[in-house]
Design a protein around this ligand. Structure first.
Ligand code: GTP
Length: 211
């Protein structure tokens, strides 16, 4: 079971990256997760934005640091830094645009090329609220996820259950990593994050890390 945690001790920080084609809803998912709780880093300078949220698992407090891209910069200088140290990834497509599902294999390859083999990946079919426009079946996506041994869920950024999607992913990451005794290695402190970004100073707002 998990629950929100305010302030206080942090045992682990999990970096989660959000990837997928343009306009599939990555930013909306991120802000749904962070709504009313954290401010986002401004986009302009480093090409990424991220939100954080702390969750308790039994006696441990895990801070999820969710990274999202801010435009095309990712394809230039920061690809490696963006992926480096990620413990989990949300690979998002839009259930109303089949083309965004067809590129999932490519995103998966890029992700695997740049991350540790222990990364926990969740395929996310977003915009599930647009039932009449659906172009990707749940069955096809589920079959793909099974073939690739990754998790799968459908979401709507407009639903209140976005937090549940992230919590499911975090719970899976925590369970998998703790089983493999890898949690300690996955810890990324704020200095490491700053280093990954080439020493760029990051400000996440009140209560966030790295300011
Ligand atoms: N109906 C519906 N619309 C959504 C949903 N998620 C996002 N949208 C809309 O889809 C559009 C794109 O959403 P973004 O969150 O900006 O998508 P993105 O993947 O961050 O886009 P890029 O920044 O271009 O990569 C916006 O108009 C959102 O309002 C959803 O779950 N349901």
């Amino acid at each position: 079971m998990s629950s929100d945690v305010e302030g206080g001790r942090i045992d682990y920080v999990f970096k989660i990256v959000v990837i997928g084609d343009d306009a599939v809803g990555k930013s909306q998912l991120l802000s749904g997760f962070a709504r009313n709780e954290f401010s986002l880093d401004s986009k302009g300078t480093i090409g990424v934005e991220f939100a954080t949220r702390s969750i308790r698992f039994e006696d441990k407090v895990v801070k999820a640091q969710i990274w999202d891209t801010a435009g095309q910069e990712r394809y230039l200088a920061i690809t490696s830094a963006y992926y480096r140290g990620a413990a989990g990834a949300l690979l998002v497509y839009d259930v109303t645009r089949h083309a965004t599902f067809e590129t999932v294999g490519r995103w998966l390859k890029e992700l695997r090329d740049h991350t540790d083999s222990n990364i926990v990946i969740m395929l996310v079919g977003n915009k599930a609220d647009l039932r009449h426009l659906r172009a990707v079946s749940t069955e096809d996506a589920k079959a793909f996820a099974e073939k690739e041994s990754i998790f799968f869920m459908e979401t709507s950024a407009q639903d209140t259950n976005v937090k549940t999607s992230f919590e499911t992913l975090l719970t899976d990451i925590y369970r998998i990593l703790s089983k493999k005794s890898l949690v300690a290695d996955t810890y990324v402190d704020s200095l490491t994050v700053a280093r990954l970004l080439g020493g760029t100073k990051i400000s996440v707002g009140p209560g966030g890390c790295c300011s």
